[in-house]
Design a protein around this ligand. Structure first.
Ligand code: GLP
Length: 247
């Protein structure tokens, strides 16, 4: 795993955007995997800026998002579809019909999962997947558990994730209890992966990534079996509370 240690969130956001820019230079019709959460927002702002300046072209790009709440209306401001439109898609020259988010509105969630997995395959697979990480090590909505799922599936959110994500909703009760998420296998099939980690509260999850163990209680540790993962993090996440610590 390659690590890019940054001095600030701005530096992290730029580092991530530059990797995506390089990807699009090498392959203008790339299939990109995107993540939600607050961490990638700065990088999306940077991508929009680069697109506006003519440094990046998204016209041939296809995207697949990692996950979506279930059930949720895509028009709901807390849906990940709404988030992506607001934070990125409406600001760049992408063909919106080539941007995909799991169908959190489907009445048949199992069919929606199967369809999503097939769509990714039919698009030729994901060239570059962007990931954030939960405080508990979740990637997408692959929560810590004894058994993890390989493919896109419906999952129950853990109490800690419901609590963490309740900051975006009017109340804790409004947070959907389930989500559709790419599985660990779906993520690991991506050709390249970048994982953005910011803040001291993620340092425990990051620490597990730096060791050798693969732990189902920290799903992100499965990324160790992939041969092209770049970790982009700030010092708070990397060193935790004691930022004098040697690594
Ligand atoms: C959400 C998303 C994840 C994201 C995580 C961290 O639950 N499903 O894809 O990585 O939260 O979010 P944040 O970046 O806001 O800490």
């Amino acid at each position: 795993m390659k690590t890019i240690l940054c001095d600030s969130y701005e530096e992290m956001s730029k580092a991530g955007a530059l990797i995506i820019a390089d990807q699009l230079k090498a392959k203008p019709d790339s299939v990109l995997g995107f993540a939600t959460g607050s961490t990638p927002v700065g990088m999306y702002t940077e991508l929009a800026k680069m697109n506006k300046n003519g440094e990046m072209d998204f016209s041939k790009v296809t995207t697949f998002n990692l996950d979506e709440y279930y059930p949720i209306d895509p028009k709901n401001q807390q849906s990940y579809r709404y988030f992506m439109n607001e934070n990125l898609f409406n600001k760049i020259n992408i063909d919106i019909s080539k941007t995909f988010v799991p169908e959190g509105y489907s009445s048949d969630s199992t069919a929606a999962c199967k369809k999503y997995e097939k769509m990714i395959k039919d698009a030729g697979g994901i060239d570059l997947q962007v990931l954030g990480i939960g405080v508990n090590g979740h990637i997408g909505f692959n929560e810590p558990a004894k058994n993890l799922k390989a493919s896109t599936h419906v999952t129950d959110l853990t109490e800690s994730t419901i609590e963490a994500n309740s900051r975006f909703f009017a109340s804790r009760e409004d947070v959907p209890r389930q989500a559709i998420t790419m599985g660990i296998g779906t993520i690991l099939k991506s050709k390249k992966i970048i994982l953005l980690i910011t803040g001291e509260n993620k340092s425990k999850a990051l620490n597990d990534l730096l060791g050798d163990d693969i732990i189902t209680d920290n799903p992100a540790t499965f990324l160790k079996v992939h041969n092209d993962v770049t970790l982009i993090c700030d010092k708070e996440a990397y060193y935790g509370r004691d930022n004098t610590q040697e690594r």
